[in-house]
Ligand binder design. Structure first.
Ligand SMILES: [Ca+2]
Ligand SMILES: [Ca+2]
Ligand SMILES: [Zn+2]
Ligand SMILES: [Zn+2]
Length: 192
């Protein structure tokens, strides 16, 4: 979680002024009783309107609450906005906890076309075999998948790259490390 927090801080620093304002506005909108803190109640209520059901998950709230005082101040809430925008709100398919660090993903589902949803599980569920998925599944950790995505895109013939890219876009969201891949993909778009 510390890693995500640092990334969120850096991300916020580089936001244009208008987006920083928007972040403040979002915070105020969530803070219904205007005490400068977002309580779990306020948090659970807010995203439902925005249809982001994943974010209602309590495990995300607990992970965000760094000082564990039961509510989110602005700095803690910034991390939430970062998670929402970068697609890092990844929940274990088995135990439904928010995964802040490394996790495992079924590589067959990951590299299939976009119609198949990816399957991610936390290290505990993977290690303890606490999950049910198709029998021949090969699981890879998220960092390995990112590397494999990169080789896949480099190995693909030009004509097939757009398909690989489609898969990759999903992967970027899944792996949650946007900067590296963004560079690669924009380069290739120019070539096509
Ligand atoms: Ca409040
Ligand atoms: Ca707090
Ligand atoms: Zn799990
Ligand atoms: Zn699978």
């Amino acid at each position: 979680m510390e890693e995500i927090r640092r990334a969120a801080g850096a991300f916020y620093e580089h936001l244009p002024e208008k987006d920083k304002k928007l972040a403040r506005k979002t915070f105020k909108a969530m803070d219904k009783n205007r005490d400068g803190q977002i309580s779990l109640r306020e948090y659970m209520k807010y995203p439902k309107k925005k249809k982001a059901t994943d974010f209602t998950h309590q495990s995300i709230f607990s992970a965000l609450d760094k000082d564990e005082n039961g509510s989110l101040d602005f700095e803690e809430a910034i991390v939430l906005q970062y998670i929402m925008q970068s697609g890092r709100a990844i929940i274990c398919m088995s135990c439904k906890t928010f995964m802040a660090g490394a996790y495992f993903s079924c590589s067959q589902c990951f590299f299939k076309d976009a119609s198949v949803s990816t399957y991610e599980i936390c290290c505990d569920c993977y290690g303890g075999k606490k999950f049910t998925h198709h029998g021949d599944a090969t699981f890879c950790d998220n960092y390995t998948l990112l590397r494999q995505s990169r080789s896949a895109i480099q190995a693909a013939p030009m004509t097939k790259r757009s398909k690989v890219l489609k898969i990759l876009k999903m992967g970027v969201q899944l792996v949650g490390i946007t900067t590296g891949i963004a560079g690669i993909t924009s380069g290739i778009y120019v070539n096509i």
